[in-house]
Design a protein around this ligand. Sequence first.
Ligand code: ADP
Ligand code: MG
Length: 701
Amino acid sequence: MSAKIIDTEIEYLKGVGPARADLFKKELGIFSFGDLLNYFPFRYIDRSGMNKIADVKIDSGMVQISGYFSGAEVQGRGRASRLSVNFSDESGSITVIWFKSHNWVLEKINPHTKFILFGKVNMFNRQLYIPHPEMMSIDEFKAVYFSGKMQPVYNSTEKLKSKGLDSKAIGKLMAEALVRCRGQFAETLPDALREKLLLPSIDEAYKNVHIPDDSKLLDRSLKRFRFEEALFLQLRHRIQVKRRKQAKSNIVLKTVGEHFNYFYYKNLGFELTGAQKRVMKDIHKDLAGAYRMNRLLQGDVGSGKTVVALMSMLIAVDNGYQACMMAPTEILAQQHYNTIRNLLRDMKVSVRLLTGSTKAKEKREILQELEEGSINIIVGTHALIEDPVKFQKLALAVIDEQHRFGVKQRAKLQKKSTDPIHVLVMTATPIPRTLALSVYGDLDVSIIDELPPGRKPVQTLFFTESTRNKVIKLMKQQLAQKRQIYIVYPLISESEKLDLIALESGYEGVVRDFPMPPFEVGILHGRMKHDDKDRTMDRFKRGIADILVSTTVIEVGVDVPNASMMVIENAERFGLAQLHQLRGRVGRGADQSYCVLMGGNKLSDEGKARINAMLSSNDGFVIAEEDMKMRGPGDILGTRQSGELDFKWLDLIRDFKIINYAKKLAAEIVEDDPELVKPENQCLRNAFIQYGGKNSFLNIA
Ligand code: ADP
Ligand code: MG
């Protein structure tokens, strides 16, 4: 590829040079002209309107006035001196003041030149004045704002500012870069499409984002970039789905046989809910069909996903294949393993557990048996995707809580089989529609939207320290009924040590209120030895321990139906999704359960909002929507670091309509031209290839 102006190093832009270039790279990740132009203003100030001085009031905020200076006067001396100047338009006049250094002002102002001032109104001694306004001569103003419209505001940093790179200076560099790069951007959207949607060309769009001609063009330009990003995302998903559905699967799991039936009729012990049956049907259809399954199974905590996953794995076993289930934490893997072992009791299905702490000898054994095929189902953590793990005949991978696994890890799992395997992704984080659309667009979705019968909704309560005695009373009631209680502490401080201290002193407090014997209080945290964790968890699961004091290690998947109370300490410090997950640990039996949120007397606004959301809804989808509004989508799925949701321009909440439209359009385009080879789709195709990296898959097909 020939060198392009947009790829030119930022250092060579007029007004930058090596020192500023260095800062641009370090502070903003801007390396090239193109990077700079992709650094969009974070807001705009409308500079199209002028205020009349006569209308200016103390509560006018930022005002823009145009007029003439007169009667400059320096008051005071030395460092305490200030410059006071009169500024008038045809409606009236106001005082403008510069403190400290003002020689440059004196040099600049001229009674015969019209100036534009922009600043905040203040009052002193009942006199209105404007301190340190931004000042431009009418010619300068016209040069900067062209036709005098919206002013872009760029985020800068202290370090950038120390090299003179404030918002205004960045704006000047943008103007320079725009001139240099004009005509250099490859158009990514077909003309016909742009015309239909009234979207500007890529050149026009860059120009108007940085130097808007008017607010309408600005809106359209921003929309263009958002739409572009949404469209490419959706095209990628559509093409992936299309290819998957074209690639015949060699693993056809038609038989529902001995193991499945034995389990269903002998061991299950309850009737599947309607939703579970429906989802099971979806899955079986996929497994028995001609194409590879790639399905997302969504269901609120406690909706019974594990059973569905197990039955799916039994179908694999019935067809002479192996299945694996991967969980994000050791505790969860262990828990799944125990649950599955228990559910498969008396059955001739070999189930093993492989995690990071599996002993070397046992691990060797497991690896060998996996490769020979004598293990039918393996449960584990990331340890399952390590290189030495080889399967004889893997057919199905169940991934629990998938958002903690990245794309790379999924790919690694896929490599465990020569034939493309079926994948079932389970998540208990109800995913708001926009997110599902954007992140999981390449997955088919099944939803368990029904809880097993006879469950009472968890009652959620809020208490502060001064009413803790009420909580203790409620705890005593629950314990008297032979129920069990979780008490969870957040990870608050930067240092694990301090958190541990908080947890331990909390534990001591609990033991004081509930002395051992007759009570047994367990403690669980991430720093404990594996065996100790196991022992503690085991005693709680078996009902020997009454209370479990822990950190969030129990957040996902822990299943103790007899536990009827969840006390969350410093609840305001938890994220909303996390609170909901924790609440899901109780309410699994038929009796009334409680989730107690403990909080300080003074809560931050966000803390309050989260607690209110918890108090007002038990519905995971409602909670998730709220959470997404409060925190943004990246945090919800824990994908912030993995970069999967790193959109440049798109905002999953604000741009819901755009995403929806892009999805529809992408489906039409791919239906008509799956490989984007038609002439009218040429620029879409080129864009894919150019985007490179994660967006480019057309060329790696
Ligand atoms: P999830 O993984 O979706 O959070 P689980 O699969 O752990 O939920 O199920 C929660 C609890 O409900 C488990 O104790 C499970 O045995 C039980 N369960 C699942 N399905 C049903 C059902 N249809 N009827 C009664 N209990 C069920
Ligand atoms: Mg579960």
